[in-house]
Design a protein around this ligand. Structure first.
Ligand code: CAO
Length: 436
C-alpha cells in the first residue's frame, strides 16, 4: 500500500529526507520510525501508519519532500503518515540506507593538509552530493561544483559552513603567492578530523551510535559556534526582593494550580528589556547585508530531556500573563520530555533562554541558537553575604550569562541590555503578579 506524507505542519512547506531507516523486505510495525525528516530546526522521526512489509522506497536521502509525496509502499493497509504527531529522536538509528553516502577522502592523514581541489564526491548511484535547495542555489549562483565541497553534515550533507570554508579556501589560494599556495595548506581546518588512536590498545572500549537528535544538536552547535563570533558577558541580579514577592504571591498562584517558578517570573523582565533593545530580538541576514528586527517575542526555552537538548518555543511572551506563561512553560517542557513536541512547537523563536539553575550550575557560556543573535543563560541563584552600601547583607544572587553575535552587537550594547534585564528583575513590576 502506498504511504504518503500529509500536512507537514503550519508554515512548513517542505522537509529534507535525513535518513531512511528501513529497506525493502523489512517488516515494520505501526508507529515504527521509517524516515527522519529535517526542517531548519528539527529532526522529525516519521512513524509508519501501518504494520506490514516494506516493498518499495520512493525517496532518497537528501530529497526534498512535500505534503503528498509518496514515500513508501508496503504490503500493509493504506495509510497516511502523521508528521505533526511527535518530533524527537528515535531511540537509536537502525539500518540506515546507504544512498548518497559519499566516499570519504583519505583520512589517514590530517585533512588540514588536503587541498580542496583534491576532494571529489563520488556516489555509487551517480547522485549529486546531499545539500539543501538553498545551498544548491548558492552553488549555482557562484558557479561552485558541489562535488568538490566536502560535506560535514549527516551522510556527507553540505552545510552553509562547508560552502563558506570552501570559498574561503579558494580565496586563500587565489590571493596567496604561487610559492606558498602551491603547498596548498588550508588556512584553517576544512574538516578538523584527526584520525583517532586505537583506544582498545589501552583497555576495553564500547562504541555506540549517536541518535539522530544528538547528531542534529552537534551539527547545530557546531554551525553556530563556527559561524557566529560569540562573546559571553557575565553579570548578577539580586533576586532577594523578587523571591519575597514570589513567596508572597505563591499561595494565590498555587490555589489556581499555577507553578510560579523563577523562570516564569524572569520571562517578563527579559521581554521588557528586549523591547528596549530590539537588536537582541533580531537575525543577521548576512547574504542581504541586513538585520531582521522582529516585532514578536517568542522565546526558545532550552529543555533538558532524556534524549538531549530540545528548544521548544513559548509564543507572544509580551502578551501573556504569568498564569499563561507558567501553563505554556509546563506544557512545552512536558511535551519535550514525553517526546510529543511537534515541528511547529520548535519554530519561530526570536530569543532563547537556557536555565541551568535548577541543576545547580554556577556559571556557563550558552551557545547562540542561530539564526537568533543572543541567548541568556541563567545559573543557580545563591543566598550569600554581599556588601550593600558598606554593610554586609544576606542576599539571593542570580548569575546571568548573555552570549551574543559580536558581528552585530557590540560589548557596550551587551552591557546595557544586561543592565536593563537586571533592573527589571531587581525592580520587578508587581502588576504582573496581580494578573495585569
Ligand atoms: N536558580 C535557583 N533555583 C531555580 C532556578 C535558578 N536559576 N531556576 C529554577 N529554579 C528552581 C525553581 O524555582 C523550582 O523551585 P521550586 O521547586 O521551589 O518551585 C525548581 O528549581 C525546579 O524548577 P523547574 O526546572 O521545575 O522549572 P523552571 O520553570 O524553573 O524551568 C525548564 C523549566 C524547562 C527551563 C527546566 O526544567 C529545564 O529543563 N532546565 C534545563 C535547561 C537546559 O537543559 N539547558 C541546557 C542548555 S545548554 O545545553
Amino acid at each position: 500500500m502506498d504511504i504518503k506524507l500529509p500536512n507537514l505542519g503550519d508554515g512548513i512547506d517542505s522537509a529534507v529526507v535525513l535518513s531512511i531507516l528501513v529497506k525493502p523486505g523489512d517488516t515494520i510495525q505501526k508507529d515504527d520510525t521509517v524516515l527522519e525528516l529535517e526542517t531548519d530546526k528539527a529532526v522529525a522521526p516519521i512513524p509508519s501508519p501501518v504494520t506490514g512489509t516494506v516493498t518499495l522506497i520512493h525517496v532518497n536521502v537528501g530529497d526534498t519532500v512535500k505534503t503528498g509525496t509518496l514515500v513508501l509502499t508496503t504490503d500493509g493497509n493504506a495509510g497516511s503518515i502523521d508528521t505533526t504527531q511527535t518530533v524527537t529522536s528515535p531511540s537509536s538509528p537502525q539500518t540506515s540506507s546507504p544512498q548518497n553516502i559519499p566516499s570519504q577522502p583519505n583520512t589517514d592523514s590530517d585533512l588540514r593538509t588536503i587541498p580542496t581541489g583534491q576532494y571529489r564526491f563520488e556516489s555509487v548511484s551517480g547522485a549529486e552530493p546531499p545539500a539543501s535547495p538553498t545551498i544548491r542555489k548558492m552553488a549555482g549562483l557562484f558557479g561552485l561544483d558541489l562535488r568538490r565541497i566536502h560535506g560535514s553534515g549527516h551522510g556527507g550533507r553540505i552545510t552553509t559552513s562547508d560552502v563558506q570554508a570552501h570559498i574561503s579556501h579558494l580565496q586563500y589560494l587565489a590571493f596567496t603567492p604561487p610559492s606558498s599556495a602551491s603547498s596548498a595548506v588550508a588556512p584553517f581546518p576544512l574538516k578538523p578530523i584527526t584520525p583517532l588512536p586505537d583506544f582498545s590498545k589501552f583497555g576495553e572500549i564500547e562504541r555506540k551510535q549517536l541518535s539522530s537528535l544528538r547528531k542534529k544538536i552537534g551539527q547545530k552547535m557546531s554551525d553556530s559556534w563556527t559561524s557566529v563570533p560569540h562573546v559571553t558577558q557575565f553579570d548578577e541580579a539580586d533576586v532577594t526582593e523578587l523571591m519575597s514577592l514570589r513567596k508572597q504571591y505563591l499561595p494565590s498562584f498555587e490555589s489556581r494550580g499555577v507553578k510560579l517558578t523563577v523562570t516564569v517570573l524572569l520571562l517578563k523582565a527579559i521581554v521588557d528589556a528586549l523591547k528596549k533593545f530590539p537588536i537582541f530580538n533580531a537575525t543577521y541576514d548576512e547574504a542581504a547585508g541586513e538585520i531582521v528586527y522582529k516585532n514578536y517575542f517568542n522565546f526558545g526555552i532550552a529543555v533538558d530531556t532524556d534524549n538531549g537538548l530540545i528548544v521548544p518555543v513559548i509564543r507572544d511572551v509580551d502578551h501573556k500573563t504569568l498564569d499563561e506563561l507558567s501553563a505554556d512553560l509546563s506544557k512545552i517542557a512536558e511535551k519535550a520530555r514525553n517526546r510529543q513536541v511537534s515541528l511547529e512547537d520548535l519554530q519561530g523563536s526570536s530569543f532563547t533562554i537556557s536555565n541551568l539553575g535548577s541543576l545547580g550550575v554556577g556559571a556557563f557560556t550558552p551557545i547562540v541558537n542561530t539564526p537568533e543573535v543572543a541567548i541568556l543563560g541563567l545559573s543557580k541563584s545563591i543566598t550569600k553575604p554581599v556588601v550593600l552600601n558598606g554593610e554586609i547583607k544576606i542576599r539571593t544572587i542570580l548569575p546571568l550569562s548573555l552570549s551574543y553575535d559580536h558581528r552585530v552587537i557590540d560589548g557596550a550594547d551587551g552591557a546595557r541590555f544586561t543592565r536593563e534585564i537586571i533592573n527589571g528583575i531587581e525592580n520587578f513590576d508587581e502588576s504582573y503578579l496581580k494578573g495585569n
